[in-house]
Design a protein around this ligand. Structure first.
Ligand code: 6R9
Length: 663
């Protein structure tokens, strides 16, 4: 707890919560870690040389590069520009060439219990067949392919088949509507759509093909064919000539295919990310720099030992985390990984932990939203499974509240496995700020340190780096290999969105602070920062204070217009189940009074929410981010805005119904 020190006109984000607990790596973990402290020194001494070494060590190049960084057209930087390579070759074939064709690449588990085990050798053949099949459908190098699939092995095969022929893929989340899909197909001018009849979610088959049909019926697209994987066996409408079954063309195709060697700067994929306002941005990444940093960070941050580890990243393939840490990073590094199709509570709330036990998962990478959901369900559930195989845990997607971090460490990691809290974005392509598990003494709630080769700063309004103990804007001050190369078809928006707030510096859009040790804490999106009587408060810190109370599983905080204070803090909370809830009064009003007092104590009177609403769900994107914009609409009594990127569109009416009922 600290005093609120700044004056009402202080521009900087106030720095409220303090954390003193640290967890150094055990000597045994440190001794075996892939990356040691020297990496920071090496990269500081010669950043470009460091990345060039990694690009050469981690990837196979058909034509070696000489140029490391081309900054002549900044901010459109180029990396390894005179080199040539192929992403699918690097992810699959070269492991076979090196004699590891029999190593398992994918341990797939369907939600319905179906299982598939795919070796690198089998994956190489599948990718080559799919590459031949999509070429035969008229897709050439440079053509775009939209992918709208559930979490099935064919999703990995489809991405890699595109990469193999140099056709940039554009993955659209399986949960998105026909309208969202249509706008993304149009924007990328995709020629082919790869989809499935459906997938399994929440215990049932949920159809996908109808959304593709509806999207294409809206017209204006360049789509010539729809390639359809049969997963659920449900009935599908069929447009002859246009629609083609995967099983009719892929298994029959030849498993011989010469990869298309592309320039390092050839586009590998487009991935749409919804801005807070306006039309989604097609973030595009290229081949050499992206693969280098995806592979390096996967090796350094997850400490992967390909012969012995079983790695599991729970992200959907429609999120950047699925691109970098299900497909490219792990496969380039030759990992054996689990892929699970469904939801964590199907058919029971221990499904994830059952999978960890069954496959002996050693490295688990997931999102705070999942951790908080498990906290809500109670720790008895994971306690019913043997999680002793886990040796490293990761977190991504949102700030992880210190309380959730401690729970993750104790309940899932057995107080043994280090936690890496990894900050990055669709735009950064790969992890940027994170502890190194064998080096860093970790701190609950903080992403801590830029990785070797990455330069990040916290800047004040005027663009000066803040000192320790101060808050401001997170910025990346030097180019990095996996940086976005642009917004598809919109160079102007690229320059304005990322490069104009602080000229020449990448503006991440996140608030951050540096603590007394110089460690970086992420404080939420700058758009969500609240201004209460002139004090700029972060959503994250107040949410963390709420979650530190034993009754609270999840919290979302927004600033709502207020006549006296400009903005007032309004909090939405989900209460915890299990033993933690034992002493909780039944009366919501008493709960609310206690929680307000708790925030006042933990942070200070300025942060006390004006109101706290107890809800059963929070609106989230498919990657688990809370959509505070929608909660602000509720807090300010407006009708709720665009909900097309919500994971579950029914949530907003649930929240509003709950609020309408008499307290
Ligand atoms: C990888 C990913 C990016 C935004 C980012 C930030 C938030 C991600 C975080 C985190 C705090 C972390 N974010 N990881 N905030 N700590 N470890 O999530 O990409 O979907 O593009 O979102 O997510 O706000 O700016 P993306």
């Amino acid at each position: 707890m600290t005093d609120v020190q700044s004056t009402p006109d202080s521009p900087a984000l106030e720095n409220l919560l303090h954390e003193t607990r640290t967890f150094p790596p055990t000597p045994a973990f440190a001794a075996q870690a892939n990356v040691q402290a020297e990496a920071y020194e090496r990269a500081d001494a010669d950043r470009l040389g460091f990345w060039a070494d990694n690009a050469r060590a981690l990837l196979d190049w058909q034509t070696p590069f000489e140029t490391v960084l081309d900054d002549s057209a900044a901010p459109r930087y180029g990396w390894f520009t005179d080199g040539r390579l192929n992403a699918a070759y690097n992810a699959v074939d070269r492991h076979v060439a090196a004699g590891n064709g029999d190593r398992v690449a994918i341990l797939w588990e369907g939600e319905d219990g179906e299982q598939r085990r795919i070796t690198y050798g089998e994956l190489a053949a599948d990718v080559a067949r799919a590459a031949n099949a999509i070429s035969a459908l008229g897709v050439g190098t440079g053509d775009r392919v939209a992918i709208y699939l559930p979490m099935i092995p064919e999703a990995v095969v489809a991405l890699l088949a595109c990469a193999r022929i140099g056709a940039p893929h554009s993955v659209v989340f399986g949960g998105f509507s026909a309208e969202a899909l249509h706008s993304r197909i149009l924007d990328a001018e995709a020629k082919l759509v790869i989809t499935a009849d459906g997938g399994y979610r929440r215990g049932g088959a949920s159809p996908l093909k109808p959304a593709v049909d509806d999207a294409l019926a809206k017209g204006g697209t360049a789509v010539e064919h729809v390639l359809v994987v049969r997963r659920t066996g449900g009935d599908v409408a069929w447009t002859p000539q246009r629609d083609v079954w995967w099983h009719d063309v892929v298994p029959q195709a030849s498993a011989e295919h010469e990869p298309v060697w592309v320039d390092a700067e050839h586009p590998l994929f487009i991935l749409y990310t919804s801005g807070t306002t306006g039309k989604p941005k097609g973030i595009f990444h290229t081949t050499g720099g992206y693969l280098t940093q995806a592979a390096y960070t996967h090796h350094a941050v997850f400490d992967l030992k390909p012969e012995t580890d079983v790695y599991w990243c729970t992200a959907d393939i429609g999120w950047i985390t699925g691109h970098s840490y299900v497909v490219y990073g792990p496969l380039v590094n030759g990992a054996t990984q689990v892929i699970y199709e469904g939801t964590p509570d199907t058919p029971h709330k221990g499904r994830w932990w059952e999978i960890v036990q069954k496959y002996g998962v050693t490295i688990l990478y997931t999102a705070p939203t999942a951790i908080r959901t498990c906290m809500k369900w109670g720790e008895d559930i994971p306690a019913g499974f043997d999680l002793s195989s886990l040796r490293l845990l990761g977190s991504v997607g949102e700030p992880i509240n210190p309380e959730a971090w401690m729970w993750y460490r104790r309940v899932i990691g057995g107080d043994r496995a280090p936690i890496v809290d990894t900050w990055w974005q669709t735009e950064t392509g790969a992890i940027m700020i994170s502890p190194l598990p064998g080096v860093t003494a970790t701190k609950p709630g903080s992403a801590q340190t830029p990785l070797p080769g990455v330069v990040a700063e916290v800047l004040d309004d005027a663009g000066h780096a803040v000192g320790n103990g101060q808050g401001g804007y997170l910025a990346l001050t030097e180019p990095w290999p996996s940086m976005l190369r642009g917004i598809w078809g919109d160079e102007k928006r690229f320059a304005e969105t990322y490069w104009s707030r602080f000229p020449g510096v990448y503006f991440a859009g996140d608030g951050a602070k540096k603590d007394e040790d110089g460690d970086i804490w992420l404080l939420g999106r700058v758009d969500d920062v609240m201004n209460v009587s002139g004090h700029r408060l972060s959503t994250t810190e107040i949410e963390s204070a709420l979650v530190s109370h034993p009754w609270v599983a999840e919290a979302a905080v927004v600033g709502a217009a207020d006549e006296t204070t400009g903005q007032a803090v309004v909090a939405f909370v989900i209460l915890r189940g299990g033993d933690e809830a034992a002493d909780r009064p039944d009366d919501d009003a008493e709960v609310v009074a206690t929680l307000r007092g708790h925030v006042g104590q933990a942070i200070g009177p300025i942060a006390k929410p004006r109101s706290i609403l107890v809800v059963s769900e929070l609106p989230k994107t498919r990657s688990g981010k809370i959509m505070r914009r929608l909660l602000r609409d509720v807090a300010e009594n407006r009708s709720v805005g665009d909900v097309t990127t919500l994971a579950d569109s029914g949530v907003m009416s649930l929240i509003q119904q709950g609020l309408a009922k008499p307290a």
